[in-house]
Each structure stands twice: as C-alpha cells, then as structure tokens.
Design a protein around this ligand. Structure first.
Ligand SMILES: [Zn+2]
Length: 254
C-alpha cells in the first residue's frame, strides 16, 4: 500500500533550513548542486513532515536510498549526527585570571585552583566555549552551587597558564554551602554559529569571614544556560584542593 504523501508546509523555508544543516552539500556524496536536491523522509513515512524527519540530499543518493544501496540505518545515523551538530555548544576551557585575582592552577590537575596571593581573594574564572551549532545562540543564565570540602593539605602550584582575553565579566555571588544561585544575565552574550566565545565570572561574597579563601576548600558547579532551553554543565571546579573528598557524599537515612 502506498503511504499518503502530504504537502510540506512552508516548503521553501524548510528547504533553506535543511540546506543549512548539510552545509549545502549532499550528506552522502560531494554533490553541491543544491538547486536539484530533494527532500527525503528519514522514517520513510511521507506524511511525517517534522524537520527532524527530513533530510536534503542529491537525486542520485535519494534513488540509492530507494534501491537500498544506502541503508535506512545509514540515513538515520546521518540525520542524527546532523541534529547533534545542530545543538552543540562545546566547552573548551576554564582558567583563572591570575593577573587580577590571587588564584593559580594546580600542576597537572584540571579544574583545580588554589589561593596563592593575597591581592584579591575572590576567584575570577575565564570560560571559553565554541558555538558549534547552526544558529546564533544567547548565553542567558549562569547557575552556581558550591560544596564546602574538608580542610586538608594544600598541593603544589605552577606558572600561569595562558590567560584568555575576556569580552565580558559577570559578578556572581557565592552561594551558601549546598545552595544554588541562578543568575539571569542582563548582558546576554550573542554568539554567532561557529564562533568561540569567552567571558569571565568573578565570584564574590559580602563577608570575607564566611568565604575565607586562603583556607576553605570548595567544589563548585557551574551550569550555563542558553536560549532555546539549552544548558551546559561544565566539570566540577575545585578551589584550594586538587582532589574531591568522597566522604562528602551525603547519605540519607530513612
Ligand atoms: Zn549525493
């Protein structure tokens, strides 16, 4: 039985979007004659016109799919890879701005920093991401939570890493132990597709008493929120500690 083919609404707009996601070249061969490309229904249901089910490709490869010279699974995987690329924000690095705060990284321990100089005790982080998606995105939110770690021995320290030049700096208040602070950003960063973006976050607290930077140890957790409900949790950052302490795991007794 032949399945019912329904008209694709806003076909030109859909086609433009599909063309963008394949970078104007057939996902199966190197054909770039986009004007003659056709729309294939990935699940082979011609009434399912959701953009997630549509793939733009050259007529030759389209007929190869029909003849099963290109397998259905290959088509599904290809579309999935394109979708993953379409929503991808890539985390590159976090470092500390040692020129402007008293923190330096631990030797060979990623995401770990220690208070070293008493000039400014609140850490300033440099974050670096790349917008690998196919759209301009906005960084709109930073969520931060912290966990106080038991005090132990301090580790060694090393020369500074290369410092990124920030484009914007956010000041974020240190949450209390176990608390999460969500900050909606007034200065959203607009990031065009394919572009790297860098920004700084400076932590602060009204009471140095509570923060006690040179002595206290913290595990801190950043989550960055983008428009379109995308969010990105970066790996845990350790302050004044080069390892996480397992005994911090909370066990609830029922
Ligand atoms: Zn092709």
């Amino acid at each position: 039985m032949k399945k019912k083919r329904s008209h694709i609404p806003q076909k030109n707009k859909v086609k433009a979007e599909l063309q963008k996601e394949i970078n104007s070249s057939c996902p199966f061969c190197d054909n770039t004659d986009v004007g003659h490309f056709q729309i294939h229904h990935v699940d082979e249901d011609p009434s399912n016109n959701s953009i997630d089910n549509l793939l733009l490709l050259c007529p030759t490869c389209h007929s190869k799919i029909t003849k099963e010279d290109i397998s259905k699974q290959t088509v599904i995987n290809t579309k999935r890879n394109i979708n993953n690329r379409a929503s991808k924000i890539e985390f590159i690095s976090v470092s500390v701005d040692s020129d402007n705060c008293g923190w330096i990284p631990y030797d060979n321990v990623p995401f770990s920093f220690e208070a070293k100089y008493l000039k400014s005790l609140f850490p300033i982080f440099n974050f670096s991401f790349i917008n690998q998606s196919l759209k301009t995105v906005l960084l709109t939110r930073i969520a931060l939570s912290v966990k106080k770690l038991p005090i132990g021995l301090a580790g060694p320290h090393i020369p500074l890493p290369s410092i990124l030049r920030p484009i914007i700096k956010y000041k974020i208040k240190m949450p209390l132990d176990g608390e999460t602070i969500n900050t909606e950003l007034n200065d959203e960063i607009e990031i065009p597709q394919g572009r790297a973006f860098k920004f700084q976050v400076e932590l602060y607290d009204e009471t140095m008493e509570r923060f006690k930077p040179p002595f206290s140890k913290y595990a801190i957790y950043f989550e960055f929120g983008f428009n379109n409900d995308m969010s990105y949790k970066i790996p845990m950052i350790l302050l004044n500690s080069n390892k996480y302490y397992e005994e911090l795991t909370y066990n609830w007794i029922s």
